[in-house]
Write a protein that binds this ligand. Structure first.
Ligand code: CTP
Ligand code: CA
Length: 223
């Protein structure tokens, strides 16, 4: 009914969300990672489910959990595992929101045994991970693709370049320069950059930021 469509505007839609960091193994006890908490991705999952969507949440290592029956949580560790889980669910998805802070590099070889400190200098050879979102941009059919960009300089220019390069519908620019925004924090200040323009939002709780982002997703379907 019309009433239901207003209350649950994402009913019947499947939203695939990535969250958290990835850990790239160096040896059996060490990894390369980052400070992403997963909060933004988990907030998006909760809000999308509240709006009626079926949610597949692919998350890197985080202490966060969800009890939401509308959210299917798939836990992964590395960029490679995240890539595989995401591609497994891409066909069924109507929307993908890539909120994960995927490691850009991984050790070229993973040591089978714990590395010892006997050497004065340790060099770990790194190679790039796969760009998950860019690979979806290439494979995309009717899916709406949303990315995040974390920039410290030339923010808008860099975000616009990523929007284009990854074939996205819009990109969420995270301000690093704002106190109270970013990794580990409960608040965020974003701009939504689309091919047609830029919308700036106030600093607010991540749950509210998630609502703003999903509202923009709903607008994409009404275009
Ligand atoms: N992303 C991804 N897979 C990667 C790297 C990034 O899916 N291997 C996604 C992120 O989830 C985010 C977007 O791409 O939605 C942009 O990530 P970001 O780190 O800002 O951009 P990069 O393309 O990695 O470029 P750089 O870090 O050099 O700025
Ligand atoms: Ca990156």
């Amino acid at each position: 009914s019309r009433d239901l469509a207003e209350k649950l505007p994402l009913r019947g839609k499947t939203i695939l969300i990535t969250a958290g960091p990835t850990y790239e193994a160096i040896d059996p006890v060490r990894f390369i990672g980052n400070h992403s908490s997963g909060k933004m991705g988990f907030a998006l999952a909760e809000e999308a489910a509240a709006l009626g969507a079926g949610v597949v949440l692919v998350s890197g290592p985080t202490h966060l959990d969800t009890k939401n029956a509308g959210v299917r949580l798939i836990r992964v560790t590395s960029a490679r595992e995240m890539y595989e889980a995401v591609h497994e669910h891409f066909e069924e998805a109507d929307v993908v929101i890539a909120a994960a802070a995927v490691a850009d590099y991984k050790p070229r070889v993973v040591a089978a045994q714990k590395m010892k400190k006997k050497d004065a200098v340790l060099n770990i050879e790194l190679e790039p991970t796969q760009d998950i979102l860019a690979s979806l941009g290439e494979a995309k059919k009717n899916q709406k693709l949303i990315g995040f960009a974390l920039e410290t300089n030339d923010e808008l220019k860099n975000a616009k370049a990523k929007l284009k390069r990854k074939n996205l519908d819009f990109i969420v620019l995270n301000s690093m320069n704002e106190a109270g925004a970013g990794f580990k924090k409960d608040t965020n200040k974003i701009s939504i950059v689309s091919p047609t323009g830029v919308k700036d939002f106030e600093l607010k709780p991540k749950s509210e930021v998630a609502k703003d982002i999903l509202n923009e997703v709903i607008l994409l379907f009404n275009e």
